[in-house]
Design a protein around this ligand. Structure first.
Ligand code: SAH
Length: 375
């Protein structure tokens, strides 16, 4: 079958739909609320408490292998697993660097779609960077994922499973340093999480509900990163979550941001920041402002000063990301002296600032480098 041409989104045009005809996977336990799981089990003619048993296997014991379901009669295990724990994705390969402390996984989904996730082990925490969409429709010109367009949204369970598998790998000691627990999840892999709103919020609930309903991660350990989809930011503020919100600003002025983050033509800097401050008020969490430093594009001291004026006094934190080069891009990371001046100009406004490490660069697993292909 010929591959249909993917339509290129025009600047400012939102691509919420799946343009490629790829399909969502079959229903999975992790798509459902605990109440819906009970109903799904009852529909299969089973006792509702089986839903809790399945949830315990998946979210607490981190297994979907029916052979391990010894508390469920052997005759019904297979049917329950088929209908509620279908295999959603398989590992194509892993790539590691930083002596194994960073591991990227390439996944193939049920319809052949490819996505990536990255596990990063630090001395005091382990962070999983997950994909919320296959590809991305936001079209930011410096980001590898944006160059290929959007394949489709991921289901809640496809998002959750990346994390369940990472938690299992850590528990089983697959990363050097011995068994560990997952502490943080960042929606900074492929895709724009707020363009797949319902499934992303569902996934966050599965991740943060107490076991066995969910994985029992702390909401405070979850970060949602967005280009600035203002209505969705405001909706997220009303969810009552204590997750961190990261806003990919990359320029303090609309003229430049229109080109770096094309959706800015729809929701400009002022509106994005207002929605961010409203989220901070509602959630009690500090906003993280993401800013990829691109040499001679957005790294001038005057832009740092302007950024400082925009965010000072709001309790926000600026995270500078040295640009990770993507194939074919004319752009590169800032000179060290420009980066230092940028940091100093923000600090002069009393704005807390950090420069992000570029973990995973050599395995194309750093920010903006995820572009799944089976090459
Ligand atoms: N769509 C979401 C999450 C994806 S990426 C968002 O845009 O926020 C997470 C962060 O990596 C974003 O701040 C994104 O702008 C940044 N990023 C993308 N490409 C990059 C690159 N080549 N170098 C450095 N950071 C990049």
């Amino acid at each position: 079958m010929p591959t249909p041409q993917r339509p290129r989104p025009r600047p400012g045009e939102l691509t919420f739909a799946a343009p490629r005809g790829a399909s969502l996977p079959p229903r999975h336990l992790a798509d459902l609320t605990p109440a819906e799981r009970g109903e799904a089990v009852a529909e299969l003619g089973e006792k509702p408490f089986r839903a809790r048993q399945l949830s315990r296997h998946y979210f607490a014991r981190l297994t979907d292998d029916p052979a391990a379901f010894t508390d469920i009669p052997a005759a019904t295990r297979g049917q329950l697993a088929d209908r509620l724990l279908p295999r959603l994705m398989t590992v194509v390969r892993h790539a590691s660097c930083d002596e194994g402390a960073t591991r990227k996984t390439l996944w193939r989904l049920h319809d052949g779609t490819l996505v990536e996730s990255v596990l990063m082990r630090y001395p005091d925490r382990v962070t999983m960077c997950v994909s919320s969409q296959a590809g991305c429709g936001m079209n930011c010109p410096f980001c590898a994922t944006g160059q290929a367009g959007l394949d489709r949204n991921l289901s809640a369970a496809e998002i959750v499973h990346q994390i369940v598998d990472g938690a299992r790998a850590l528990r089983d000691g697959e990363l050097p340093g011995g068994p560990a627990r997952l502490s943080n999840v960042v929606f900074m892999g492929m895709g724009e999480p707020l363009a797949n709103y319902t499934r992303v919020v569902g996934a966050i609930r599965r991740l943060t509900d107490a076991a066995p309903d969910g994985l029992g991660l702390s909401q405070r350990g979850v970060t949602v990163s967005t280009v600035g989809l203002v209505p969705a930011m405001r909706r997220l503020a009303a969810e009552g979550l204590a997750c961190r919100l990261a806003v990919s600003l990359h320029a303090p002025d609309d003229e430049l941001r229109d080109t770096l983050v094309p959706v800015n033509t729809r929701w400009p800097v002022r509106e994005v920041l207002d929605a961010a401050w409203a989220y901070a008020d509602a959630s009690g969490r500090r906003i993280s402002i993401e800013y990829a430093l691109i040499r001679d594009v957005n790294d001038q001291a005057w832009r740092a000063d302007r950024l400082g004026r925009l965010v000072r006094g709001r309790g926000a934190h600026v995270n500078l990301i040295p640009l990770n080069p993507t194939p074919g891009s004319k752009w590169t990371a800032s000179r060290p002296e420009d980066e230092r001046a940028f940091v100093a100009a923000l600090q002069a406004h009393g704005v807390p600032v950090t420069v992000r490490d570029t973990r995973g660069q050599e395995i194309d697993g750093a920010c903006g480098q995820l572009a799944a292909s089976a090459r």
